[in-house]
Write a protein that binds this ligand. Structure first.
Ligand SMILES: Nc1ncnc2c1ncn2[C@@H]1O[C@H](COP(=O)(O)OP(=O)(O)OP(=O)(O)O)[C@@H](O)[C@H]1O
Length: 324
């Protein structure tokens, strides 16, 4: 990893028009991902992680609207790209693997043909022999034997189908791959093998990763840095080592204490009582205050993002002292 910033999300707001009004799913979110960095977005269900990822890919549809901010990728604001540049951006420069992606493969087309379609759509026609060679190599990088090139999706296991999708995401050697709960639907051993392979590929191919999962322990094992989202906002961003030593935001602390640790003494799981506020009529000030044990009268104001150390930012009036 070097220090060059690949993706810079600046003050982004995303709203959904719903029957009751405007739901602010992402609110003034800023973070950077460096070239080659493995960056995670964590937070409870409904905190805005997927909406943020879809905004980066410009894949938000229908009632969703990016109402503020910039998303700069390789120096270009992707919110300003026209449809042809956007088509090139997706797959070529950034690709995305979703939890359900393996079910979205076309059931009546061989996996080889589906991989070929992605390559040809972006790079133009190639000889059949050259394409097959390229696809066999792609299958090999996700540990699928080349003899399966003419298999249909239903002839493969769930784990293999998800690996085909990962091969598709890698096909054009993008700079960024977004994984949104990529292995949640698979059993734990298959999950582990896929994640392990993704890390190896990242090391050899040098792309950056934006990784989204509910599985915080897995994230702590894999990521360089993690952004913690709560109710549409990033409340803390920190290198993994700092989070392991002890986070600064009470929400991050609560989230970490909601998962069992595989090492160290057995501790009681705490969880975080309460739920995320209504994002159509959010309360004033800190959105976590109603669930926070550290609440003071300052929390009626909007917390300001503060830099604590290199790569560590927190938005809280009552920061923890960093000891778990
Ligand atoms: N298509 C949509 N229309 C209206 N509201 C939506 C839509 N998609 C998401 N939301 C709302 O936006 C907020 C953020 O949802 P989002 O799915 O981005 O969160 P998340 O952190 O990714 O959750 P999960 O981990 O469950 O996927 C939630 O309040 C959700 O109900």
């Amino acid at each position: 990893m070097n220090n060059e910033v690949l993706l810079s999300v600046k003050n982004v707001d995303v709203e959904y028009e719903v029957d009751r009004g405007r739901l602010k799913a992402v609110s003034n979110v800023s973070f950077d991902i460096k070239r080659g960095e493995f960056f995670g977005l964590a937070g409870e269900s409904g905190c805005g992680k997927t909406t943020m990822a879809f905004a980066v890919m410009r894949l938000l549809k229908g009632m969703a609207h990016i109402s503020n901010g910039e998303i700069v990728f390789n120096g270009k604001n992707i919110l300003e790209l026209g449809s042809e540049s956007l088509r090139q951006f997706r797959w070529d420069q950034a690709s995305m693997v979703l939890q359900s992606a393996m079910n979205n493969l076309n059931p009546v087309m061989t996996i080889g043909r589906q991989l070929a379609d992605v390559i040809v759509a972006h790079e133009g026609k190639k000889t059949k022999a050259a394409l097959r060679e390229r696809i066999k190599k792609l299958l090999a990088i996700v540990n699928i034997d080349e003899s399966r090139i003419d298999a249909f999706p239903h002839e493969l296991s769930g784990g293999m189908r998800q690996r085909v999708v990962i091969a598709m995401a890698m096909a054009l050697k993008p700079d960024l791959v977004i994984f949104d709960e990529p292995t949640t639907a698979l059993d734990v051993v298959v999950q582990y093998n896929i994640i392990k392979r993704v890390i190896e590929l990242k090391e050899s191919m040098g792309f950056s990763i934006l990784f989204i999962t509910h599985d915080l322990p897995l994230m702590l094992e894999m990521c360089d840095r993690i952004g913690i989202m709560y109710a549409g906002k990033i409340v803390e961003v920190a290198p993994v080592e700092i989070l392991l030593e002890g986070p600064a935001h009470p929400y991050t602390d609560g989230l970490l204490k909601s998962f069992p640790s595989l090492v160290g003494p057995r501790t009681k799981l705490k969880g975080i009582p309460g739920s995320i506020p209504d994002l159509i009529t959010p309360p004033k000030g800190c959105l976590f205050k109603n669930r926070c044990t550290k609440r003071t009268k300052d929390c009626e104001n909007d917390p300001v993002n503060e830099k604590l150390s290199e790569g560590h930012y927190v938005a809280c009036f009552n920061k923890l002292n960093g000891i778990m």
